[in-house]
Write a protein that binds this ligand. Structure first.
Ligand SMILES: NC(=O)c1ccc[n+]([C@@H]2O[C@H](COP(=O)([O-])OP(=O)(O)OC[C@H]3O[C@@H](n4cnc5c(N)ncnc54)[C@H](O)[C@@H]3O)[C@@H](O)[C@H]2O)c1
Length: 103
């Protein structure tokens, strides 16, 4: 998704993830491939304070946020057919916690 946004002409992209190595590599690759300003911030989205501080840093750097995509998560089931229970009672702590966040 970040790649598609970069190729569509956005000025900059901030990637947030809990995995430092993958995030660093993704931002580096994106910047080199597209020439846009791509930054990585390590943050656990379950930590509301850390998310707030990171958002502030991004706004300070870029001057604002026009598009925000929340795709952090854990794919617990693989195709072809996840159990219907998955949609009724999300099993991961992240999915429970994310409902409490105001973002
Ligand atoms: N890929 C799909 O087709 C698809 C379809 C429907 C729903 N989903 C859901 O979307 C979510 C993301 O799927 P994906 O395929 O992009 O998975 P992915 O594993 O490619 O990416 C998810 C990213 O979220 C990060 N992450 C996990 N917990 C985090 C946390 N607490 N804080 C910050 N980052 C965290 C992981 O490190 C990972 O890089 C999952 O919940 C998945 O079930 C995916």
């Amino acid at each position: 998704m970040a790649q598609a946004l970069a190729e569509s002409g956005v000025r900059g992209i901030a990637i947030l993830d809990v995995q430092q190595d993958i995030g660093d590599q993704s931002a580096r690759d994106l910047g080199q491939q597209t020439g846009i300003d791509a930054l990585f911030y390590r943050v656990d989205v379950r930590d509301a304070d850390a998310v707030g501080q990171t958002i502030k840093s991004i706004v300070d750097y870029f001057g604002g946020i026009d598009i925000l995509i929340n795709a952090a998560g854990i794919a617990e089931y693989v195709p072809p057919y996840p159990p219907i229970q998955y949609f009724i009672d999300p099993p991961s702590q992240l999915q429970h916690q994310s409902r409490k966040l105001p973002h």
